[in-house]
Design a protein around this ligand. Structure first.
Ligand SMILES: O=C(O)CCC(=O)C(=O)O
Length: 342
């Protein structure tokens, strides 16, 4: 299926009665690469050579029905029960890299995804943290990673999406990667059936082998985002946005450009768990931060890196206040920010 578009404008616009002005990353967004004329035929991890060859050639792959639906549902239910309703709590955000309270969409979804479920306060969000890590370390994911890396992987980063932040086009490797650049693998698990108008995940197949002019700059800068968007919009490659159902899994390399489409209908959430895996024998590295955390835990026999900064008693106190006294933390932070602005 292709999205229906008006063509002549600089940035393509979806023809949609209820959502005028929706800008797509490219005039044509496909459900699967056009090379697959007969429709979708992704090799499965049961055919390891074909699975790996596809992934290495295209830079991504989809595994249908990888995670049991009940596990995904369990994660969503726990999120709604423990996290979504917590209006005072501070959560680390993907877009800003800072701890912030929820921003809700008009339909009451959490707009900005939360990062690193493994670092969430263990007691306060126990059900969600466990359910999320169960999904992200599920045996199907471990198997797919083993087939692709020839060894087990460890989790260096995780996220949970409820609504759509409209993720800018990027390569993960500009932010975090294996010590052997390009060897980190992203995994995206559809926690529910993702509606085509919910702002689906998109990927640019074969982009892991191409340079984008000027991409070397700061990946958090507006210029980087503009260049990446321009490459997606006008570059030589297709934009693919597979329709994912609850429990489907999409994997991509850390050099593959990806992001999310704009939401066309705000009624729909796009709940998903994501993680980034690095082969166990590789070091991992931040490319936007000074220090990589060396602390980790094991979950489901998978090593999961912990990023919560507990290094000094002052930081431990700050973390404790943020988690258990969020109102006080919020006031203290507002005061500090006001002082800094004076
Ligand atoms: O789903 C999205 O909006 C983007 C996810 C993503 O960029 C990632 O997990 O690396």
């Amino acid at each position: 299926m292709e999205q229906d578009l008006m063509s002549a404008t600089e940035a393509p616009v979806v023809k949609q009665k209820n959502s005028p002005g929706i800008v797509l990353p490219r005039s044509t967004v496909l459900e699967y690469p056009s090379a697959l004329e007969g429709g979708e035929v992704y090799p499965t991890p049961d055919e390891p050579l074909a699975f790996r060859a596809w992934f290495e050639r295209e830079g991504y792959i989809v595994v249908r029905h990888a995670i049991p639906s009940r596990l995904c549902q369990h994660g969503i239910d726990a999120f709604r029960r423990e996290v979504l309703v917590d209006k005072l709590g501070f959560f680390e955000r993907h877009a800003s890299g800072k701890f912030e309270r929820h921003v809700y969409t008009d339909r009451g979804f959490m707009k900005y995804p939360i990062m690193n479920l493994q670092d969430l306060p263990e007691k306060k969000y126990a059900g969600f943290r466990r359910a999320g890590l169960h999904v992200l370390t599920h045996a199907s994911i471990q198997r797919a990673i083993r087939v692709l890396c020839n060894e087990a992987g460890r989790v260096v980063h995780t996220m949970y999406f409820d609504g759509n932040q409209t993720t800018w086009a990027h390569r993960d490797g500009h932010y975090i990667d294996s010590g052997q650049a390009g060897s980190m693998i992203g995994v995206w698990v559809a926690a529910e059936d993702i509606h085509p108008q919910a702002g689906r995940f998109f990927v640019i197949p074969r982009s892991h082998r191409m340079r984008v002019p000027g991409e070397e700059g700061d990946p958090n800068a507006a210029e980087y985002k503009a260049r990446m968007a321009d490459f997606v919009r006008h570059g030589p490659l297709e934009c693919v946005s597979p329709v994912l159902k609850q429990g489907d899994l999409l994997l991509w390399t850390s050099k593959t450009i990806h992001g999310s489409l704009l939401t066309e209908d705000e009624h729909y959430s796009r709940r998903s768990f994501t993680a980034h895996y690095v082969p166990c024998s590789h070091p991992y590295q931040w490319n936007v931060k000074q220090h990589a955390s060396s602390r980790s835990m094991h979950f489901n026999r998978v090593e999961v890196i912990l990023h919560r900064d507990d290094a000094t008693w002052l930081k431990r106190l700050r973390n404790h206040v943020r988690s258990d006294w969020p109102e006080l933390y919020g006031m203290a932070r507002a005061l500090t920010q006001r002082r800094a602005a004076d």
